[in-house]
Design a protein around this ligand. Sequence first.
Ligand code: ATP
Length: 908
Amino acid sequence: MEKQLRNLIKENTKNEQYENNHALYLGKVLGFSRNWISSHLNDLYNNGSFIKINSRPVLFLDKEVLEERYKKPIPKNLYNSLEDLNHSMKNKEEDFQTLIGYDGSLRSVVETCKASLSYPPNGLPTLLYGPTGTGKSLIVKKMYEYGIHHHIFKSDSQYVHVNCSEYANNPELLTAYLFGYKKGAFTGADHDNPGLIQQANGGVLFLDEVHCLKPECQEKLFLFMDNGTYRQIGDNEHLYTSKVFLAFATTENPKDALLKTLLRRIPIQISIPSLEQRGEKEKSRLIVSLLENESKQIHKEIKITSSCYHTLLNTTYEGNVGELKNILKQTCMNALFSSENKNCITINNLHLPHSLSITSGTIMMVEHENFTLEQLKQKSANELGYNIIKNIQKWTLRLQNNEILLDEYFDKIYVLVSQYINSILFSDQKAMYASNLGIVEAIKSIIEMVNQKYRCNLKDKEINAICMFYLDYFSNRSEASKVDIEEYDVFISLIKKQYVKETQILSSINDLVHLHLNIKMNDFFQSCLALYLSRIWNEVLQKQRIGIIIAHGYATASSIASSVNKMLDTYVFDALDMPLDTTTDRILDKLNAFIKNCMNIKDLVLLVDMGSLEDIYNDLKPNDFNIAIANNVSTKFALYVGQGMIQNQSLKQIFDQSIENINISYKIAERKEKEKIILCSCATGLGTAEKLKEILEDSLPEKLSVKVLTYDYSTLVKNHLGSEFFERYEVLCIVGTLNPNIPGLQFVSIEDLIVNESFGFLTDYFEGLLSKEDMDQFQKNLLKNFSLTNIIMNLTFLNPNKLLEHVADSIDVLQTLLNTTFTNNMCFGLYVHICCLIERLVSRDGIDSYIKTLDECSLEFQDFYFNLKSAFQKVEKYYRIQIPIEEVEYIYIYIQNMKETSKNEDDE
Ligand SMILES: Nc1ncnc2c1ncn2[C@@H]1O[C@H](COP(=O)(O)OP(=O)(O)OP(=O)(O)O)[C@@H](O)[C@H]1O
């Protein structure tokens, strides 16, 4: 019962039989009780489905139907009368609707104007710029009317239009008129004048030709724009306030014509397109609409010859709409003057002003015909769109009567649709694009996205077509956008059945466009477009080959696919990743869903990694295409397959070649053990190092596979281990006379070996490798070979006994001077070190960069230095050497360290 009630209300609302929608009548028609009807009507009103008109009797209207009719939401659910509803819906609508192009090239202009007006608290200052006669003043007037109807301005507020060019020679006067003045403020000011800014309080102040406003006046104006206050001329005491919506217009480029400071304060700057930029359709609509106005003025019907119409259409009007309007007025006047018909005038080329040249094209090509304005309207509004609507109905009827076959039916409609699309593509695309750039970009990116997702291979032309289709639909210009869909349900369902993929893809585009731009194309439009695209796609998709990589792991398949696509610079493979916990059934579902979304598949190439996946193809749903499946996918294999796919090789060829190319080879690179060595490197030169090497070799047990090698000390200091030599060996430690300080490498000084008999770490190292006997023998060898005299004898070329005697004496003196006693260990260490040092200095080998001065050193060290120098006076003299500061410092630090160590040992 409720459904019947709803349907009846809907039907009556559609047919504008509002007066039937009251409880008594509805009850009678449906045979239900009036009370039941009343209560249900009120329920449906309360839940927002119906609009209630509180007239007598109370009426109920279907909200959805009304919104469809007015093409906008109905703001309230309750109205006092039908007039009230009509008034509230119409007035607001009509403000801008009288602007020709309000739903086309001026659409975004109108939207911006509305938004700028509504911006709280007083709207935003708005500048319109564009060539003369493009309708700037008209638009501002419409803004004011819109403001009144939408209660942005009070109903008694004023629209004040000031043409600044009229005051170009008297800027002071304009300033005075704008801001007002006091009596006597200047010659001629014989009364107080509140000024135009005050007059426009609560309404609109429109400064036309604002580029004629002198800079002083612009400055005064922006002070008012900043604070809302100003002073009248001749009154420095009071500050006046006024709340006005400021509109500006100029034919100049605003950047050149206005002060930057003023321009900065006008946030909304709107460019108004010239008549030529608006395209032919809009020009034609303007001609018709302006002629309609003339017809009302002269109270006569107006007809126009086809040739005259085409001349008007093909003329370029420098003065834009304004000029066209004047020309039409003049033409009508001429026709009226020469017409004898009481009720109708027919305008022809002879009535045109002389300034208009009749183009040869219009004379030759167009058949002579008189159009009524109504005919012209249909012609200009959307000739082809109109054709589609009429013809689809005609062809559908013929199809239903079996007069034509389905293929023929689609062919016929395709021709109409493609003509229509070509007309929108090639006619006024520029103007439509220019004024709807944001929407165009958004629609394009949505199409691109869907294009990629479904691999439709849409080319620019197709993308443009869809885009323009939307714009045409969205701008409401097309007759096709106004059709009653239900009348076309046969056509729509036939297309849906025949062109499943196209409809599906267009639905995806439609959903996204609706989501992001709130434009929803109706099913009729979508079906026309689906038919159009089906023909183009057939060409593009003839050889569609789909490659899919399926592999276990979270991103294995995707990463192979993306590497291969990148390498081939073409989108060849899609990927289905299969986390380890995914079942084969799940993957199969995914694969089937994917395939369903692809169009016109010829070959499906599946590369899988292993196992049960290989059998997948048995369960693939649509099997009207070839399937090739290969296992053990790898990047290299996928690359070969992808290459073959691009080169359009046959499936067999692709796989034969890829398998041949993929032949697996292997190589085992075994890890090489580095040979272990002990490195001898002496600051005293390679000779010393060689001697040291011999002593060490003599000490090491034969069984051990540790080599002793020598290395140049200065190279070691300079390059550390950075040479090929060290790539071959693992250095266990460096043994020498002076620490080369190689990070991470153990250094064992000779004195350490003698004094501490410290081959500790070496013996530790060899522990597991040697038997106990061998180990004992090794220790003994060390003791024997690393005795002081043996070492000194082996290390220096100087007479060891003499050298030792000299050094021992000097160290004794040093102890006395320092008033201290060195332990035996310290003494041995010093003997070895200083003997080697002396040899180094004598042979001028080793460290050669002595640069320190004594002033840089601590007083304590300076003290030590003098003591050491005095203790070694004899030695220096005997061997004719000078012990440099750095060497003294080394000895100093050595002694300090040794003292520290022995102190710690004592403490322990
Ligand atoms: N889109 C339009 N629809 C209907 N009439 C229009 C339209 N644009 C302009 N006109 C008409 O054209 C004439 C010129 O328009 P208008 O004076 O508003 O242009 P303008 O840009 O302000 O010119 P100017 O810069 O020379 O002042 C007016 O009579 C106006 O009604």
